[in-house]
Write a protein that binds this ligand. Structure first.
Ligand code: NAP
Length: 246
């Protein structure tokens, strides 16, 4: 289709990748030119302008490097990114200053707002903890969204710790600490992706909860990212900038 934005998908037979393929095919002005999964030849992606990656934390870094080398913008939904990995992507991009890479731990617009609201509330409460709940097929814990929420909350509180006098503990009972914020990960058959941020103060508690009830909830954010990344070179982390929230 002339004038359409040409999109390739990595992880195309996975839960998210298959949904992205459907969404791109159903979107006027976009064309799905390559759907690549384990064992398929990545060369098919060369026809694309933007590649969307929903694969695995083990595969994603090599995929990003390959796409940058091939001159393709990348939208990354695969989770498992820490600062070291983000620095690696930045370094790979130095030789390709016209390309954009958008890494978003959560493409759900409601989830992005949940993180924003949690960060806004965090300085006003003594305690903050995060519970993230996902389907039993998720291989990384804690979720990328929970990690990012913890970082945003910690930054908003200038690192102020939550009170905690635990001195006896079965390992893991208090969850994982990310930027000093406790995250508890639940894996349960039947769930999709859910998160609660619990804030406790003097005689009051505030719970901010987001539920992704179906994978299609991520698609408006992914499609927004696909359009946005072509005009925003360099590495962008999170969907906030594309939503005009930064
Ligand atoms: P999934 O169903 O396991 O799908 C991953 C797919 O990628 C599988 O089909 C897998 O194939 C394929 N794959 C693995 N290595 C590959 C490679 N080198 N090249 C091409 N394809 C490859 O997982 P999912 O539930 O779709 O989730 C994918 C990722 O997205 C996870 O990291 C998840 O946490 C993340 N996620 C992000 C968001 C967000 O909003 N950012 C939302 C939901 C999920 P095989 O199984 O045959 O190896």
């Amino acid at each position: 289709m002339a004038g359409s934005l040409k999109v390739g998908v990595l992880g195309s037979r996975g839960r998210m990748g298959a949904e992205v393929c459907r969404a791109v095919e159903d979107t006027p002005g976009m064309e799905l030119v390559a759907a690549v999964d384990t064992g398929d030849d990545r060369e098919q992606l060369s026809e694309a302008q933007v590649v969307v990656d929903f694969t695995t934390p083990d595969a994603v870094m090599n995929n990003i490097a390959w796409c940058i080398d091939a001159g393709l913008h990348v939208v990354v939904g695969t989770t498992g990114f820490d600062n070291e990995r983000l620095d690696q992507v930045r370094a790979t991009l130095t030789d390709a200053p016209s390309l954009g890479v958008l890494v978003a731990p959560n493409f759900g617009i409601g989830a992005v707002l949940m993180m924003r609201f949690a960060a806004s509330a965090a300085p006003y409460f003594e305690s903050v903890e995060i519970i993230e709940l996902h389907h039993a097929g998720k291989i990384d814990a804690p979720s990328g969204t929970a990690r990012r929420t913890a970082e945003l909350v910690s930054r908003a509180r200038e690192g102020k710790p939550s009170p905690d006098v635990t001195s006896q503990e079965i390992s893991g009972a208090r969850g994982a600490s990310v930027s000093g914020v406790r995250i508890h990960s639940v894996r349960l058959e039947g769930l999709v992706a859910h998160q609660e941020v619990l804030l406790g103060g003097h005689g009051e508690a505030l719970t901010i909860r987001h539920d992704s009830l179906a994978r299609e909830s991520f698609m408006p954010g992914v499609l927004l990212g696909v359009r946005w990344v072509t005009e925003h070179p360099g590495l962008t982390v999170g969907l906030e900038a594309a939503l005009g929230l930064d």
